[in-house]
Ligand binder design. Sequence first.
Ligand code: COA
Length: 167
Amino acid sequence: MAEIIRAAATADADTIATLNRAAFGGEDEVGIIERLRGDGLVAVELVAEQGGVITGHILLSWLPTMMDGRRVKALALAPMAVQPGQQKQGIGGRLIAAALDEARDTGAEAIIVLGHPDYYPRFGFSAALTQNLASPFQGEAFMALELVPAALAGRQGSVSYPSAFGL
Ligand SMILES: CC(C)(COP(=O)(O)OP(=O)(O)OC[C@H]1O[C@@H](n2cnc3c(N)ncnc32)[C@H](O)[C@@H]1OP(=O)(O)O)[C@@H](O)C(=O)NCCC(=O)NCCS
């Protein structure tokens, strides 16, 4: 059955919540998704669908980011989830690739993720790009990808996670 990747629709909300609950084993991400939508911060939200069944979900939201006093148009990649039992078949990778394409159309200059350090680098994310960004996170799991070269270059910057993330 052919897979399609498409924009998430309002009618998908319950299915997306169920998927995230199953993938993460809790309610945290469901709450984040609902608050990001409610606060109007969603920039890209896609689902993977096979035979009418949603198998994966990814969300990118606007993330206030500064570098050396200039505003960087950045997006947070979070959360993303693939249905347990259908993971490791490339669905997540295809969702990321599609989300990066959509992100370019929004005018975003960079994407920031807190995630598995073995996974996101294969799509071009790097912890080196976040080293000068003050944030609640640090280390190899805190990664970024530049859609515009040198978007995050600079000496001292910061990332301010919106309250939707509940940090
Ligand atoms: C992470 C996730 C979205 C990847 O989706 P997917 O469809 O399985 O991804 P792909 O098939 O494109 O890629 C599979 C790769 O993801 C890697 N991966 C999956 N979960 C991982 C984890 N917890 N830590 C490190 N790597 C992980 C696998 O090692 C696999 O690598 P391989 O191809 O070398 O075996 C999915 O596993 C998931 O929903 N996990 C639970 C929720 C979660 O952790 N979300 C991400 C938060 S950052």
